[in-house]
Design a protein around this ligand. Structure first.
Ligand code: FE2
Ligand code: FE2
Length: 325
């Protein structure tokens, strides 16, 4: 998942907006209103383009960094079958990153620039990937909750007004659905296992529940550019709406597993038809985003090392391309 709207605050609309042709803007909004897809070569407001570049590149970075917490368990998966499934899942995430970098490139930003911004720490990625995966149950929980939250967020993006992003999301969502199911299935097996396995599953849920809720980004009142993204039909639901949908869908799944969601205030509200839930610790969210989560430094160091270790591959590919030019 991965579109937390991480730095929506503080970004202003461009000064150049006045200079843009009012007629073009009107035609653009008309097309968006009629659910027509905007394509790479079409006219678009500069702020729309920049919002998409920021959102799609953050999404791509999150897919790539997101390979690390699960990659951590590839060598320790409990069986050959589990290893093969996890390997396929982690490879899918790499693929998601690549589709998304390609989608962002259609907006005129180079992949080299996006990667450089990630490696230098200038670009952000989802806060969730800065938490450690301590036991095998964390792999189940990540699939169940993190990929589950990703689906909740990404299904509406299949209808995003920008064509290349919307089309990339269609395939990504199919794969995320497999990821969520494989995670839930790990949890099901653990929760039907020994007392120790059940305890391991509960412990993982205790640690991941609140960070998973933070994946939807700040509450609506603190996410002031959401309204613009909704008007452009990049976004279809607000952060709080998506978070509520996720909670409503996930709590019955936890009950089915026989696990307790770690929130004393969680209660089904007959009047609203939704679950009421406790307060999210937004200070923790901001601390993690600021680089002070449990694994931020480790994630960035590993990504930078991978880039350095791969230098010879890029060099060889360039030499090969030159030779055939
Ligand atoms: Fe993904
Ligand atoms: Fe996934």
């Amino acid at each position: 998942m991965y579109t937390q709207g991480l730095d929506q605050k503080g970004h202003s609309t461009p000064q150049s907006a006045e200079l843009e042709d009012a007629a073009q803007l009107e035609a653009f909004m008309l097309r968006v209103g009629e659910e027509e897809k905007i394509e790479a070569k079409d006219w678009m407001p500069e702020a729309y383009r920049r919002t998409l570049v920021r959102q799609i590149s953050q999404h791509a970075h999150s897919e790539i960094i997101g390979m690390q917490p699960e990659g951590n368990w590839l060598t320790r998966a409990p069986s050959l079958k589990r290893k093969a499934i996890l390997l396929a899942k982690v490879q899918d995430e790499a693929g998601h990153g690549l589709y998304l970098y390609s989608a962002a490139e259609t907006l005129g930003v180079s992949r080299d620039q996006m990667v450089a911004d990630l490696l230098s720490g200038k670009a952000k990625y989802s806060s969730i990937f800065n938490y450690p995966t301590l036991t095998w149950a964390d792999i189940g929980t990540v699939g169940w909750l993190v990929d589950g939250a990703a689906i909740m967020n990404q299904i509406p993006l299949c209808r995003c007004s920008y064509g290349p992003y919307a089309r990339a999301m269609v395939r990504v969502c199919k794969e995320e659905s497999f990821h969520q199911r494989q995670g839930f299935e790990i949890m099901l097996e653990l929760s039907r296992g020994t007392e120790d396995q059940k305890a391991m599953a509960q412990d993982a849920l205790n640690r991941w529940w609140w960070p998973a809720l933070m994946m939807f980004g700040p509450g609506d009142k603190d996410s002031k550019h959401s309204a613009q993204s909704m008007a452009w039909k990049i976004k279809r639901f607000s952060n709080d709406e998506l978070r509520q949908k996720f909670i409503d869908a996930t709590v019955p799944q936890a009950e089915f597993l026989g696990l307790r969601v770690p929130d004393d205030d969680l209660k089904y509200n007959e009047d609203t038809g939704h679950y009421d839930f406790g307060k999210i610790d937004w200070q923790e969210f901001h601390d993690v985003l600021a680089g002070n989560g449990p694994c931020n430094k480790q994630r960035m160091a590993k990504r930078n090392k991978a880039q350095d270790d791969g230098a010879w591959v890029r060099e060889a590919a360039r030499a090969y391309a030159d030779k055939h030019a």
